[in-house]
Design a protein around this ligand. Structure first.
Ligand SMILES: N[C@@H](CCC(=O)N[C@@H](CS)C(=O)NCC(=O)O)C(=O)O
Length: 211
């Protein structure tokens, strides 16, 4: 049966941003179907995808005549379109914490580019560690990531804001670019990322079959 909501994903399932939307949909229990877009073959730049995604990037969703790209715009839309208490929340209920969660999401999507360049998610999802130490720029980004994570996660806590939110998944993914590659990360952040990684919605994405 066709679903009312379609998630467009990269065909290798390595996009961290697709993962974020997948986890939000799964947490909310929203029925959805996945359609894959082969980025290696530039399928995102051709019809039909190019006609439905403003940015021609994944993730994108189609829902009730709305086509939407940009992962955090999508997860915020889902939170409004499928609100609590009928659906699980993926953002904190308090305005102040919700703003802080969005801050983390926006930051993870706009900074730390050297880490993204040197520690691709391919290495995470295909379990093929990169046998090359971090360069100077990535080392500096990693130090910033650690400092920010330690500032926002209360000491010893498993979530940033008491209850889990989607920014926890995003932050854990970014930390895991380093941790799962064997790069040095303080033990409190390793414990946090390990806890986040065991979340069933995350495991469902991690354990997808990938070709
Ligand atoms: N800020 C965007 C980033 C999306 C993004 O970088 N998508 C990549 C895959 S991870 C993509 O579609 N790349 C193909 C391209 O840009 O042509 C988001 O959060 O959704």
């Amino acid at each position: 049966m066709a679903s009312d909501l379609t998630l467009y994903a990269d065909s290798r399932f390595t996009s961290p941003w697709v993962m974020s939307v997948f986890v939000a949909l799964t947490e909310k229990g929203i029925p959805f179907e996945i359609r894959t877009v082969d980025l290696d073959a530039d399928e995102n730049k051709a019809e039909p995808f190019a006609g439905l995604s403003l940015t021609r990037r994944v993730p994108a969703i189609a829902h009730e005549n709305l086509h939407l790209s940009e992962s955090s715009a999508i997860t915020e839309y889902l939170e409004e379109a499928f609100p609590a208490p009928i659906y699980a929340s993926v953002y904190p209920s308090q305005r102040r914490e919700r703003a802080l969660a969005r801050q983390v999401q926006a930051w993870l999507r706009s900074d730390l580019i050297p880490i993204r360049e040197e520690r691709s998610t391919q290495a995470i999802f295909f379990k093929t560690p990169i046998d090359r130490p971090l360069g100077a720029r990535a080392t500096s980004s990693a130090q910033k990531l650690v400092a920010v994570a330690q500032a926002i996660i209360p000491k010893g806590a498993s979530n940033m804001f008491g209850a889990w939110c989607i920014a926890d998944t995003d932050l854990a993914l970014t930390l895991n670019r380093l941790i799962l590659n064997g790069d040095p990360v303080p033990s409190d952040l390793k414990a946090y990322a390990e806890h986040q990684w065991q979340r069933p919605s995350v495991q469902k994405w991690v354990n997808r079959e990938r070709l």
